[in-house]
Design a protein around this ligand. Structure first.
Ligand SMILES: Cc1ncc(COP(=O)(O)O)c(C=O)c1O
Length: 464
């Protein structure tokens, strides 16, 4: 199997040739208790047919607004890696070209002239980003990249004292977050091994219980300066209860921030109402901004006008009305914009703008509703098809996860993943044994999910 990819299962072909092995009716005769019929928004007697579900999907037209890469066999890839890099919106090229044209035609005057003057260009992204973050427009800004923003936020919001200096993170945090918090602790003179506390799931469990976060904060909160968790964990896909965790942190006097890399555009967020202090994100995953695109920041309005907070300042964060008088004293723009350093890169912002317009058209609530059905369908097929062969490490409760499911495979997992790739299915592999699959409601179909499970079954059969 590894050296001779099987060409019979062609991605395009599979969408027109329903495979009988996965009988939709069968799914109703062996219901999985962890995924109730309600979650799938179907009655128990209703057939779960991918084609029918796609036909009834009010968001299906958005798929045609994206470019899909071709797999090795020339067919369109079944793209299930939006958690890594989102697809290119077809409109993105036009948005970027418009700015290239303005640059060609106007040179420096493009900052003030043209259809979309570059000076305030980033401001146009504040409203759509605020809608996705659940924030006021003045609480968000598109700037820099995630890790840079995290450092900038920690300059302001990680203010350790000899008594309260520790940082609480999830044990399986994305490495960049781990490096960032450890280096900040060290920079303030604290030993990261002692000052960074890592939350772990209970023995035999895969995800972290909210009550365990609360208990830890209850016990040790007085020594904790900052709670910083992923809104959705990159590895397990667990969506944390950000509201409860923020409240628990605040009860103990901690600052609470979130890494929304896997949450923005994936789950419904209410950063403002949940009273989160700050958040950071990147926009190349579910936000489809393109590789290395500009990230973003949320700063709660409670902090937006505070002069007592230290910050690393740059001219783009300075009061707009006097910026070009080139004063030597820094005066911050109120709100998240006041944390900007440099004038932003317009071309990636233009690509991101094209994608954010799609989110506004579709609406995050509708996307999330479809996402629950899509991922619920994936879970249902997997549990039915592989009751023993693999475990799903993502939470079973749809409220506690986004669109991604993480699958713990056996030792043959790597070969299964390779088989999937060879057959036009793009998902990703995380050492030592995890396949991450993310059906994205903006552009994935129920048929993609079904196809993934079919090829996975083939791959497991051959690898086993
Ligand atoms: C959860 C999480 N945090 C941080 C990062 C790092 O982002 P950046 O390279 O934009 O700083 C990533 C990148 O994939 C991520 O997934």
């Amino acid at each position: 199997m590894d050296t001779r990819p099987d060409q019979r299962l062609d991605a395009g072909e599979m969408h027109t040739r329903p495979d009988q092995r996965l009988d939709a009716g069968e799914m109703h005769t062996r219901p999985d208790q962890r995924m109730g019929a309600g979650e799938m928004h179907t009655r128990p007697d209703q057939r779960l047919d991918a084609g029918e579900m796609d036909a009834g999907d009010g968001l299906s037209a958005f798929r045609s607004r994206f470019h899909f890469p071709k797999a090795g066999n020339g067919a369109e890839a079944v793209y299930l890696v939006g958690h890594s890099l989102g697809l290119q919106p077809i409109a993105a090229r036009g948005y970027v070209e418009r700015e290239l044209d303005d640059w060609r035609r106007l040179g420096v005057e493009g900052h003030f002239g043209g259809d979309n003057p570059w000076m305030p260009y980033h401001e146009a992204l504040a409203d759509p980003l605020a809608r996705l973050a659940g924030a006021l427009p003045g609480e968000v800004v598109a700037m820099n990249t995630l890790t840079v923003n995290l450092h900038l936020m920690m300059v302001s919001f990680y203010r350790p004292t000899p008594v309260r200096y520790r940082i609480l993170v999830e044990g399986a945090a994305f490495p960049s977050d781990q490096y960032a918090v450890a280096s900040q602790a060290a920079w303030h003179g604290y030993d990261p091994d002692e000052s960074v506390i890592e939350l772990r799931p209970r023995e035999g469990e895969e995800t972290i219980r909210t009550e365990d976060v609360e208990d830890l904060l209850e016990r040790e909160g007085e020594t904790i300066a900052l709670v910083f968790l992923g809104g959705v964990n990159y590895l397990t896909g667990q969506a944390f209860d950000m509201e409860r965790i923020t409240a628990a942190g605040h009860r103990q006097g901690c600052v609470v921030g979130f890494d929304l890399a896997h949450a923005m555009g994936n789950v419904v967020l209410r950063m403002h109402d949940w009273d989160v202090d700050f958040a950071v994100w990147c926009s190349y995953k579910y936000l489809n901004g393109g590789p290395g695109c500009v990230g973003g920041c949320f700063v709660h309005e409670r902090h937006g006008r505070r002069n007592d907070l230290p910050r690393f300042a740059g001219w783009w964060g300075h009061d707009k009305s006097t910026r070009f008088r080139m004063p030597s004293d820094f005066e911050a723009i109120p709100g998240a914009e006041g944390w900007q350093l440099s004038n932003p890169p317009i071309l990636p912002l233009a690509a991101l703008r094209a994608s954010l317009e799609l989110f506004d058209e579709a609406g995050m609530d509708r996307l999330r509703a479809k996402s629950k059905r899509l991922t619920g369908y994936l879970e249902h097929l997997l549990r039915t098809r592989f009751p023993d062969e693999l475990s799903i490490t993502s939470p079973a409760d749809p409220e506690q996860r986004g669109c991604q499911l993480s699958l713990r495979t056996g030792p043959e997992g790597r070969r299964v993943h390779r088989y999937l790739s060879e057959h036009g299915i793009w998902c990703d592999w995380r050492e030592p044994d995890v396949i991450r699959v993310a059906p994205v409601p903006l552009y994935n179909r129920f048929a993609d999910v079904r196809r993934f499970v079919e090829v996975m079954a083939e791959g497991m059969e051959r690898a086993g």
